[in-house]
Design a binder for this molecule. Structure first.
Ligand SMILES: Cc1cc2nc3c(=O)[nH]c(=O)nc-3n(C[C@H](O)[C@H](O)[C@H](O)COP(=O)(O)O)c2cc1C
Length: 199
């Protein structure tokens, strides 16, 4: 499978920002049940590998099934990430369908991908999934017990792998005069086309 045309641009940006771990933080927008947008920062965790080890176009994230974004996605799977790379001054807006891989996931290869996502977290990252319900009023901090980190091989129930399957990528390069902007669109057969557009 050949890489999608926008992937080489994203890969170049990622490699030019290896010394800046924060360049893996991006903003994910979803739509709530009331039709209003919501966005938040999340960490990019690479691209999903297929069982034959080939990379797909799907961006990986992790989240908690109890979070508001999880309810949004279960109601409306469309989302968009916005990702800005400071050194290169390039922005990627990647829109597509979000897939939440929960503890109930029936597909064994997706359940395996969820397990890998769990194993790749640090102990402190895994411990967050044992915390009290995100978004609910906090209890007295003296009531929160910080026990042993969770088992590395058994994802906690609330842990989800979150996948974004892109269908459109808007790539803006601020550097240069004039600036340049390219829109990549994916058809139903997952063939990509691209078009330079005005910035
Ligand atoms: C730098 C940074 C990285 C974050 N990474 C994640 C992440 O990978 N996954 C996640 O669910 N939340 C992450 N968060 C927290 C979210 O921004 C957000 O506060 C939380 O997920 C609740 O969002 P929601 O109520 O809209 O679901 C991160 C926050 C910051 C500031």
């Amino acid at each position: 499978m050949s890489l999608s045309p926008w992937r080489s641009h994203l890969a170049r940006n990622l490699s030019q920002h290896l010394s800046q771990p924060q360049s893996r933080y991006l903003q994910l927008a979803t739509v709530g049940m009331d039709g209003r947008p919501a966005n938040r920062t999340i960490v990019f965790r690479g691209f999903l590998d297929r069982p034959d080890q080939l990379k797909t176009d799907q961006l990986k994230f992790v989240t908690d099934v109890r979070s508001q974004k999880a309810s949004h996605i279960q109601h409306n799977p469309y989302g968009e990430v916005c990702w800005y790379f400071t050194k290169t001054r390039e922005q990627f807006r990647i829109a597509g369908t979000l897939h939440l891989i929960t503890s109930d996931e029936p597909n064994p290869s997706m359940q395996q991908a969820r397990r890998i996502g769990w194993q790749e977290l640090s102990d402190s990252g895994r411990s967050q999934f044992a915390w009290a319900d995100p978004g609910q009023p906090s209890a007295d901090s003296s009531e929160i017990s910080l026990g042993e980190p969770p088992d590395r091989d058994h994802p906690l129930k609330h842990f989800c792998l979150l996948l974004l399957e892109p269908t459109q990528v808007d790539h803006l390069e601020l550097r240069g005069n004039p600036q340049s902007r390219c829109l990549y669109v994916c058809d139903l057969d997952r063939n990509w086309s691209s078009q330079s557009i005005n910035p």
